[in-house]
Design a binder for this molecule. Sequence first.
Ligand code: PMP
Length: 496
Amino acid sequence: MPSSLLVYSPSTSSVFPSPQLLRVRLQLPFGVALFFRWCRLRSGEEEDDGCCLSLLLQVRVRRPAPVFGLPSVYVSSRSLPPLSSVRVCVFGVFVVPLEKMKIISPIIMGVNNILSDASPPNSFINLDQGDTALLESYWRKMKEECAVVIKGCELLSYVSDRSNVCWFMMPELTDAIKKLHALVGNAETDDRHIVVGNGSTQLFQASLFALSSSSSSHSPNPINVVAASPYYSGYPDETDLVRSSLYKWSGDAKEYDKNEAYIEIVTSPNNPDGSIRTPVASNRRGVEGKLIHDLAYYWPQYTPITHKADQDLMLFTFSKCTGHSGSRIGWAIVKDIDMAKKMTTFVVLNSIGVSKESQTRAAKIMEVVCNSYENFKLGSKNSELFFEYSKCLIKERWGKLREVIKQSDYFILPNFPKAYCNFTNESSETYPAFAWLMHKKDEDGVGYLEKKLKVLARSGNRFGSGPRCARINMLSRDEDFDEFLRRLSNIKEIGY
Ligand code: PMP
């Protein structure tokens, strides 16, 4: 491959959004368009699926470089692996006269995009779901430390610890959760009961069951469940799925005006809009309802840790804390023992506990996070620390998105106040896991993204607010996020 070309590392002021941008700059009196493919060489256990991944490098032509007024050719990759593991083959070189460069540039881009494996312009980019692929790069670095081996003769029993209210919860997971909260300082766990669940999704339903069947809720009617809009789109569906006679979904907490008992879900930072929240509902007699605090995103990579949360019923999830949503581990921190017992009953009758393989893995990963802080030496790199590393990635994405949105005639983003983070010891903004894009012209935000940009987002309708807003996953794969930004910033150029 073109070893004679000058290759240099990315600058943050790049016209491209990719952090892995590679620029190849040729100072020639004419433009050169190179088309070439590279293949990641996968070997043995390192990359064990045994197939070759091929991506086409993007070729872009920029205005003449200031140096001697000569043209520059920039080559960028959407996700470039280390050069040592890559085979590159050039399959087309075109020399273009200087004056034709502007004309040929969009053609090169178009052809390149069609040939690209990553997210060609005719394919949809799915930014609807909340997957956390962005965090994968950290866990790839830590793959050995986090490995767990479980032998065939182990973990056969349903039971983990008969002395615990939540008897299917493994003591090592309880310890790891307590240690992690103590490290981060985001929740009180002393003298609290911890209940593990199949994701916090199961524990949310367990909370509804426990709160609505407690002795203080005598109502013959289902208790109202509310959350301030925009609220997490899972709540209404999960509440009403089995049409329980104990509870029912009753919509926006800000508009709640019934003279009846209610449960309010307080999600902070909030999904989808990243806002920091406190309860808002009260019934007509001014009587407060029961509260579920969903603190899925109260971790330092997303938001400053301003206090140790100490509410009666708090939900956390491994899915958002470290990004391991596939393990399906969530936990509730509960003050009242009867509540903890009822929630345990719910999980038992629903799934007779929680996979011990998953519990073992979650405990291991949390332990690795805690150990890396304990063993961190002065002078080491912050990139070895999970929360610092992931915050850096998410913050970088927010910076890029805000740059593109600043130039946009179509969308705006919410702003977040700064606060002092007791964990990182610095003042910081919130960098939510989702971006809540609002269409400037009161149009259907999701429809616009889908039809014009072929980007799938989740509509504001699903969150109890209008169709003008759309939720975008900020933790998607690099390729998808970069391609999303490219399409968003090229709206005018490609004639939308
Ligand atoms: N609460 C909130 C606010 C969420 O965003 C999510 C996941 N999107 C959940 C709960 C459910 O998480 P889990 O994967 O633990 O079921």
